[in-house]
Design a protein around this ligand. Structure first.
Ligand SMILES: [Zn+2]
Length: 214
């Protein structure tokens, strides 16, 4: 898919909304809900994931302004990320051998968490990021004991268990105890529904794949 930059026509016919980055005719800004919180969400993004016009990290950031998306391939941005995040007040969502279920984190520990870090990309890419940058191993890792079913996967891909980045980030913030994110999940469902409706039948299979990967 030909994704464009802010407000710039990617072709003579297609103009992209500067806020949501969707083609103007598919703008989702009217659906966006706004949730504010003190915990900063860091989404470390694989190069290929960033190119997806519809990646769900971007959708999450629209709803939760305290989100930073960092390109893994950008070494200075990564350096800046490490400088800003206090290791003792951060958790990294990654299923390492020593990961703790986020749902059962000690309540006092959960209250200290100010930074939630997610690796955004396919599972092999996320694993590669974790294994190639030793600095990521400083963080306490968490996983999900009982993640909710993905709304999107239920509908489009019943065999896949992975949550989208948006759903995973929302679940982390809820598990840490301070926020209720059902509006964000509803927003995601509405976006998917809208995209689905706007696609001609011949494109629906391809669109399903594009959204799923985010
Ligand atoms: Zn828009």
């Amino acid at each position: 898919m030909n994704s464009g930059r802010d407000g710039v026509a990617t072709s003579k016919k297609r103009v992209v909304c500067p806020r949501c980055h969707y083609p103007e005719k598919q703008c989702i800004c009217h659906l966006v809900v706004s949730i504010s919180g003190d915990t900063t969400v860091w989404i470390i993004q694989d190069k290929l994931e960033a190119k997806h016009a519809k990646n769900s990290a971007r959708l999450f950031k629209l709803c939760y302004a305290n989100t930073n998306v960092v390109a893994f391939s950008d070494s200075s941005a990564m350096q800046c990320f490490y400088e800003q995040v206090d290791v003792d007040a951060a958790v990294l969502l990654y299923p390492s051998d020593t990961a703790t279920a986020i749902e059962v984190l000690d309540e006092d520990k959960a209250k200290q968490i100010r930074h939630v870090i997610l690796l955004d990309g396919t599972w092999p890419k996320a694993k590669k990021m974790f294994l190639t940058d030793n600095r990521l191993k400083r963080f306490k890792t968490v996983n999900f004991a009982a993640p909710p079913m993905s709304h999107y996967e239920i509908r489009k891909s019943p065999n896949a268990k992975a949550l989208s980045t948006l759903e995973a980030a929302a679940y982390c913030l809820e598990a840490l105890g301070s926020l209720q994110m059902s509006n964000v999940r509803n927003f995601f469902s509405e976006v998917i529904e809208l995209q689905w409706q706007l696609q001609p039948d011949s494109h629906k299979h391809r669109t399903s794949k594009e959204i799923k990967s985010g």
